[in-house]
Design a protein around this ligand. Structure first.
Ligand code: ZN
Length: 311
């Protein structure tokens, strides 16, 4: 408790659907992690992909946090060109991109659209990020030919043969050689910056030093630490959390309609929702409670490491 009064955590929702119980659990843990240290929360809207995200959903998610009492201290206010929405940060990402380009750290990739799109979806990016791509080794002439034929490249960053080690606040020690996941896309062919670059830069730029998120993102962590350090920053402490899964073991998603915030708040009070969640997360006895009521005594060691099946 109170070990780090300067803790800055974040809510970083992607406004591509209605918030569900899994999103609420992640937000609650991020909030408790910061608040139990006397720290603060920043709200950032991760709306990089214009085809999947909407301002309307961002507003709805922010209202959802507020109605649950998960209040934040700074960040997104839904102002025109609000710099806490990733869709308004393209100029900043372009500056970073220019720096990397000057260092010869990036190259154009002319692979198919499917591979490129994978880069903007953090949960699918790993399998496809470097699959079979030989674009790093194209000659200038070959690149010119492809450009002449109208091919628009995505941009990849060169992953070095380097081991990144970190200690996750919940799951312990990890070590990964960046060359195992390979080069990855930081800018799509349509000009939209990819998740890994945006998130790494934003956490650094917004002073976030505690990142709490689902454990499906552990596999992105080494790359993000490396990117932040390449950009001259200090990586945050990462704390990954177990996922909430449906009975068939798949991660809860927007498809689980009865667990979305609209349905939940129709059936339960806020206190009942947190009572239920706190028992799933093993951080309290399950009695109805406010989020505030869970701060005292919050301890990561109580939170399970295995995914949590919602019955
Ligand atoms: Zn390629």
């Amino acid at each position: 408790m109170n070990e780090n009064k300067n803790a800055i955590g974040r809510f970083a929702p992607s406004p591509s659907g209605i918030m569900h119980l899994g999103n609420i659990a992640s937000a609650l843990l991020a909030w408790l992690d910061a608040r139990s240290r006397g720290g603060k929360i920043v709200l950032r809207i991760e709306d990089l992909d214009p085809d999947r995200c909407s301002n309307e959903l961002a507003v709805k998610i922010a209202e959802g946090f507020k109605s649950l009492g998960l209040v934040w201290d700074s960040g997104w206010e839904n102002k025109p060109s609000d710099k806490y929405a990733q869709s308004n940060r393209t100029e900043l990402y372009n500056d970073i991109f220019d720096i990397l380009q000057k260092r010869d750290a990036v190259y154009p990739c002319y692979c198919t659209r499917n591979q490129r799109l994978a880069a903007s979806a953090p949960h699918q990016a790993d399998k496809l990020s470097d699959f079979g791509c030989k674009c790093r080794y194209l000659s200038k002439l070959e690149r010119r030919e492809l450009e002449k034929a109208g091919r628009k490249p995505a941009w990849k960053i060169k992953a070095p043969d380097k081991i990144v080690s970190f200690t996750d606040g919940h799951y312990g020690k990890f070590s990964e050689n960046l060359s195992d996941t390979g080069d990855f896309i930081i800018k799509r062919s349509d000009g939209v910056f990819a998740y890994q670059l945006a998130v790494s830069f934003d956490d650094m730029d917004m002073g976030v030093n505690r990142v709490v998120r689902g454990r499906d993102l552990i596999s992105s962590t080494a790359r993000q630490i490396w990117l932040i350090e390449e950009l001259g920053g200090k990586a945050p402490q990462y704390c990954h959390a177990p996922l909430l899964t449906a009975l068939d073991k798949r991660k809860l998603s927007k498809r689980d309609g009865d667990l979305n915030i609209d349905e939940l708040t129709k059936r339960f009070s806020t206190e009942e929702i947190f009572g239920l969640l706190s028992s799933y997360l093993n951080i309290s006895d399950g009695k109805p409670t406010s989020a505030e009521g869970l701060i005292e005594g919050f301890d990561w060691s109580k939170v399970p490491k295995e995914d949590i099946v919602i019955k």
